[in-house]
Design a protein around this ligand. Structure first.
Ligand code: SAM
Length: 338
């Protein structure tokens, strides 16, 4: 608890969870669908238990993984302008993770004299609670309202805006969705925005495939551990008996669709029992399960995705090497606040 200077009362860190017992059911349904398709597939959000979130933080520090340091540098250079042009008082961050980038935005909003509240939203409770506590300590007087939730299902649970809103969706996470789902999610996110509000979107850009592939297949094997973590999650949550040693990490850039794919490839014929689903799944040697796509963007792709969600591009910030872009968007036709 901390004192609220305006009322003399205490403003706590609030953490709400919308992932209850239904969460395992959701994982179960996703796994049952995904592993009974002719081409097996699992959704990337299931990587992120506490270990998955820690592994992702390690990935962010790898020399091959350019997106995190590049996006951070873009934000360092432009956070003040973003805070000034949006006039935002509240930062809602979808898939907030360790909230390293939020720090920069919150600092700029505070310097602009507008900061009122931070609303991180993530499926990983451990990552969200850790980040909320750190930022609460660092930004004395800041209200933090964390929402442990799935942004594909629970955007309606985000509290009503406490002033001009900036919704940040960083880290290239939007690229994890296939084109139609991506547009649907952007439409849902645009529903969080009032006329003077903004979306800040981080997207990885199309570039030399070798650079992209190295970022998803690092020499130290951390991305491989992250990829295999989904099998540990299924073993623990659904009482399955995957042997992660039976699978190899695979990452390649699909040049036609311009997205990276991560897959798990069976090293040998194997049979896995998933007790909670009462199913047995067979894998042939060499068979692959897709575990993530990560779409890479061009200006045109992004503008047309945003337009399909009723949003227009208001700002484009990229690094000097054109690796990554952070864009500012707002509802089409609405007057920006400033
Ligand atoms: C690629 S990481 C990005 C983390 C951070 N925003 C960054 O830029 O470094 C994706 C984050 O989104 C979260 N996430 C993935 N799918 C989610 C979903 N459907 N709902 C809520 N959070 C999700 C993960 O737990 C993870 O923290």
């Amino acid at each position: 608890m901390k004192p609220d200077p305006t009322s003399g009362t205490s403003v706590p860190i609030t953490i709400e969870s919308h992932l209850g017992s239904g969460t395992e059911r959701r994982l179960a349904d996703d796994v049952l669908d995904g592993l009974t398709h002719p081409f097996k597939e699992l959704q990337p959000k299931h990587f992120y238990d506490a270990r998955g979130s820690e592994l992702f933080e390690r990935i962010c520090k790898l020399p091959e993984y350019y997106p995190t340091r590049t996006e951070l540098a873009i934000l360092e250079a432009n956070a003040a302008e973003i805070a000034r042009t949006t006039g935002a008082e509240e930062l809602v961050e979808l898939g907030s993770g360790a909230a390293t980038k939020a720090r920069l935005l919150l600092g700029a909003m505070r310097d602009a004299g507008n900061l009122r509240r931070y609303v991180p939203v993530d499926v990983s409770e451990s990552a969200l609670v850790g980040a909320a506590e750190e930022l609460f300590g660092e930004f004395g007087g800041l209200e933090v309202h964390g929402v442990v939730a799935d942004f594909e299902r629970h955007l309606g649970e985000i509290p009503a805006a406490a002033g001009g809103r900036l919704v940040a969706f960083l880290g290239g996470t939007i690229g994890n969705f296939q084109p139609g789902s991506r547009r649907r999610l952007l439409r849902d996110i645009s529903g969080l925005l009032g006329p003077g509000d903004h979306l800040l979107l981080g997207t990885d850009l199309v570039k030399d495939p070798e650079v992209i592939e190295a970022a998803y297949d690092d020499g130290a094997g951390v991305t491989a551990q992250f990829n295999l973590n989904v099998l540990h999650v299924i073993n623990r949550e659904l009482h399955a008996d995957f042997d992660p040693g039976d699978f190899d990490h695979v990452a390649f850039f699909d040049r036609e669709r311009e997205w990276i794919e991560m897959r798990l490839r069976a090293r040998r014929d194997c049979r896995v029992s998933i007790a909670d689903l009462d199913v047995v799944i067979d894998f042939d040697a060499g068979e692959e399960v897709r575990t993530e796509i990560s779409c890479k963007f061009t200006h045109a792709r992004l503008a047309s995705d945003l337009a399909s969600a009723g949003l227009e591009l208001r700002g484009w910030f990229e690094d000097p090497d054109g690796l990554f872009a952070v864009t500012l968007a707002g509802p089409i036709g609405a007057e920006p606040r400033t």
